[in-house]
Structure formats: structure tokens, C-alpha cells
Design a protein. Structure first.
Length: 79
């Protein structure tokens, strides 16, 4: 994690944002003490399409153990 003064952060904000997008976290300091941290934002979660999920689960075989399901998938070349 890098440290940078507030004055430098103001002067080089676009460069810092590029570095953060690349995976680096940066502590911003004032008078030598960390006062803020610049990190990448999390990507928004994709909403679940309930109808598509139901269609998928309705197509799954019912009953039996998970071992039987894996064996059947392997034997039918679906895996």
C-alpha cells in the first residue's frame, strides 16, 4: 500500500485513480498521518433473473444423490 500526501493527491488525482483501478490501495496523509484510503469500488452486483433461474432448476434431474448426478453427467459426456 502506497502513501501520498494530500497536496500530492490533489495534484495527481487522475494518475492515482488509474493506479487504484489497477489494484493498488493508496493512503492519503495529512501532516504525516493517514487520514483517508483510496481503493477501487466494487462492481455492482448483477440482478438475478428469477424466471431464468426457475427454468434452469426445472430442467435439473430430481431425486438421487449428488454422486449419482455427477456420475450420470460424466457418463453422458455433459461434464
Amino acid at each position: 500500500m502506497d502513501r501520498i500526501s494530500l497536496a500530492e493527491a490533489k495534484a495527481h488525482l487522475s494518475e492515482l485513480v488509474d493506479r487504484v483501478e489497477g489494484g493498488t490501495s493508496i493512503d492519503i496523509t495529512r501532516r504525516g498521518k493517514a487520514v483517508a484510503r483510496l481503493t477501487a469500488a466494487q462492481a455492482p452486483r448483477k440482478p438475478v433473473d428469477v424466471a431464468l433461474l426457475k427454468a434452469f432448476t426445472d430442467g435439473l434431474p430430481r431425486g438421487g444423490s449428488s454422486a449419482e448426478l455427477v456420475r450420470a453427467m460424466r457418463d453422458s459426456d455433459r461434464f
